[in-house]
Design a binder for this molecule. Structure first.
Ligand code: UDP
Length: 382
């Protein structure tokens, strides 16, 4: 197949990202598999991206993540400068068969505004969109512009304008799933884990309270707002409370964190993260939002850790109740389920990840969608 895709990663972080970076991680997982399938990839990102690709285009030398703290018009200015570079590139060449865009609503609107002369576009939705219909109000671009979700539930809840342009969903995958069957087994420790940003939607307050009530050890891993280590948060003093996630942590989570039964260890990365996740009896998701994609859920399965969660968002699509995890609609029941999860077989979780959530599976599905988007746009066969 000779297909050239312009992969628009945006200007915020390099690819792969230096640490935090969900969208950039998805792109870093997807692109090598696409190239293995014969797709040429032109990466629109920042110059400091190190992901091997066929060609790079960029406006900024390195990631502009720091600019996200600035006033809104300056944030838009960075987006527009990056997208201006992408549009100039698209106008000046005719070898791009499709744009795979990941730059929130702004990227989609910009690609749609190119009009009928622009290439077909697939835009991947990464957010929980039900709360942000206004962002996608003016979607246009006719048959040329399509969207995909990262789960069926995310799409079902998306604004009508997006559903009208949808070509389906592709679940997120993790490189950890590739060798899920060959990875050395880690002995399970006597603790549960919640891996993720500390945030009301992720429900660390519920998990920590239940851990104290039921007496099970719980590790909370993840940043609180911009603070990655407990000592950084402590040093930041009262000013840090301007951040809503910091306020949530102090008001609702910290009262249950005793440093013994319930511990907050800050952001974990690399091997430390994998070992901590693999060693847990269960990975807990006391969700209070509709989780759109759930990378940490898929990572838990790949590392042989059953998932215990409220049945919200994409969780029922990712977890088979009674085999790879336990789901409930009643969050008070999570404490009991965490104990029962010890009876589930870690190998079932690994097998599930190795079958459904590998980068190769994700790339094959995307190639299928690229073909569909081109057909719907009336583009010729490649
Ligand atoms: N993560 C991490 N270290 C942490 C907390 C989270 O590496 O301390 C990673 C986690 O492994 C996952 C990503 O951050 O890859 C979070 O993605 P997810 O889709 O679970 O949640 P989001 O933050 O995008 O809602």
């Amino acid at each position: 197949m000779s297909l050239t895709v312009l992969m628009n990663a945006g200007p915020w972080l390099s690819v792969p990202p230096p640490g935090y970076g969900g969208i950039e991680n998805v792109i870093a997982t997807l692109v090598p598999e696409l190239r293995r399938l014969g797709v040429r990839v032109v990466l629109a990102s920042v110059e400091s991206s190190t992901l091997p690709v066929d060609e790079k285009i960029s406006v900024f030398p390195d990631g502009q993540f720091h600019a996200l703290q600035r006033p809104y018009n300056q944030v838009c200015g960075v987006s527009q400068a990056h997208l201006g570079g992408v549009v100039r590139a698209l106008h000046s060449r005719d070898d791009i068969d499709l744009v795979h865009d990941h730059v929130e609503a702004v990227g989609l609107a910009t690609m749609a505004a190119m009009g009928p002369a622009g290439p077909p576009v697939l835009h991947t939705l990464h957010w929980d969109l039900a709360k942000h219909p206004e962002l996608y109000g003016n979607l246009d671009g006719g048959d040329r512009v399509r969207v995909n979700g990262v789960s069926a539930s995310q799409l079902a809840r998306a604004p009508q304008a997006l559903r009208d342009h949808s070509v389906g969903h592709v679940h997120l995958s993790t490189p950890l799933a590739v060798d899920a069957d060959r990875r050395p087994r880690v002995d399970k420790g006597d603790y549960m884990i919640i891996l993720g940003r500390i945030n009301p939607g992720k429900g660390q307050d519920v998990g920590a309270r239940l851990a104290q009530q039921a007496g099970f050890p719980l590790v909370l891993a993840g940043p609180v707002g911009p603070y990655h280590r407990p000592e950084d948060l402590a040093a930041a003093g009262d000013e840090a409370r301007q951040n809503p996630d910091v306020r949530f942590f102090y008001d609702h989570v910290a009262p249950h964190v005793d440093g013994d039964l319930v511990r907050w260890v800050g952001t974990v990365a690399g091997q430390e993260r994998d070992d901590l996740l693999a060693g847990a009896r269960a990975s807990l998701f006391p969700l209070r939002w509709e989780e759109p994609g759930g990378t940490a859920v898929v990572e838990s399965l790949a590392l042989g850790t059953p998932v215990v969660s409220t049945a919200r968002g994409c969780l029922p699509e990712l977890i088979e109740h009674g085999r790879t995890g336990l789901l409930t609609t009643d969050e008070e029941e999570l404490g009991d389920l965490v104990i029962a999860a010890g009876l589930l077989d870690p190998d079932e979780c690994r097998r599930e990840a190795a079958t459904r959530f590998t980068p190769a599976v994700m790339a094959e599905k995307y190639v299928g969608l690229y073909e569909r988007v081109r057909t719907l746009a009336g583009a010729g066969r490649l």
